[in-house]
Design a protein around this ligand. Sequence first.
Ligand SMILES: [Zn+2]
Ligand SMILES: [Zn+2]
Ligand SMILES: [Zn+2]
Length: 366
Amino acid sequence: MSQATVDVLFTIFYVFFSFCLMSPPTEFVSAGITIQNVLSNYLGSEEMHFIYYHIKRTTFTVVIHSFFPLGYYIGSGLFSPEKDLFNLGTLPFFWRLYLCLSVGIILVALVVAFYWSLYKWNNHPISRQLGHLQRSGESWRTVASSINIEFRRFDKFTTGPHGQRVIVTDSWVIKTGAYFLHIAHQNDIHLTIANSEEHSLSYENMSSVQYINFSVSSVNPKIQPFSIRLNSMEYRDLKDKLQAPIRNARNVVIQQSLSDKFLDAFKEQIVQNVDFHPPATLDIETCIGCMQKQADVKLVKLCDDPTQGDCVQCFCRPMWCLECLGKWFASRQDQQHPETWMGSKSPCPTCRATFCVLDVCRIART
Ligand SMILES: [Zn+2]
Ligand SMILES: [Zn+2]
Ligand SMILES: [Zn+2]
C-alpha cells in the first residue's frame, strides 16, 4: 500500500471515529463507548443529581472533544513516519501551524472548563440558564433541585436517541445536547409543530414511520428556542404530559396508532351519549386502571330495552376513566378487523356484564 493511501485511510478512519464519539450511533452506545459510560464514576448518578450530572458531562465533553485535532496529529505521525512529525525543529509551516492550533484549542477548552467550574459551577452556561428561570430571590440551585426532583419521578416522558434526549416532566421540557442542556418551563412555552418527515420501513406492507419536529419557544426572552423531534406514535404521550396545547398551524397530519385512532372515535361517540348524574352521596374514586385520573364513566344499559338484546345492566360503581375503558374495550376486540370494533361489545372489566359503546355514560358532576 502506498503511503498516500495510508494517509487517506487514516484520515477517513479518524474523522469517522471522531464523529462517532461526538454523536454516538446505537452500535457505539450499546458497546458502551460513550463519554457518559467512560466517566460514569466521576459524573455521578443522573437519576439523583440530574442537573449536576449534565453540567459535568457537558464540561468533560468540551475538554475531550478539544483533544481530537491533536489526536489526529499524533496519529498521522505514527502512521506516516516519513513526515517526521515528532521532530519539531524541521516541521513544515503547515504542520507547525496545525500543531499550534491544536494545542491552542486544548488550552482554550481547559481554561473554559476551569472558568465554568469556579464557585461550584456558577459560571456554567446551564447554571446561567437556570438563573434566568428562577423566580425572584431564588438561586439557580433551587431551580436545579426542583428539576432533579421531577426527573426522579417515574411518570416523566422521555424519548429520542442517546445524546439528544427529550424529557418532559410535570413542569419542565428538557432536551440534552453534547455541549448544552435546553430547559424551559412548561408555563412559559409555545410548542408548535414545525413539520413532519415520513420514512418507509418496508415496501411490502407499506408501513411507514412518521417523525414530527416541534419548535419550543419560550416567552422568556433569555431562553433560547429549541426544537424537539419524536415518532408520531409517541405524540399522545407527549400531549398527555404537557399542560399547554400544541399548536399545529401548518395542519400537519399526525399518524396515530390503531388504538389511538380508536380511542379518539370512542371518545367522540361517548360525548354524544346521555350523561350519568350520580347521587350526591356517591364518592368518585381514582380510576383503577391508570391510578391517575378520576373515574369518569359509568356503564348504563341504554342501547335497548332493559330486558332486550345482548347487553346487560352493570351495577358496578364508577371505577374507570374513559381512556382506560376505551383501551380495555379495544383489547377485547378482533385485532384483525378494526372496522368492526365500534359496533361490537365487551364485558365490563369488573363484573363481566356485556356492554356496547352506546352504554358508556360520562359522569356529569353537578
Ligand atoms: Zn384510567
Ligand atoms: Zn360492571
Ligand atoms: Zn349495549
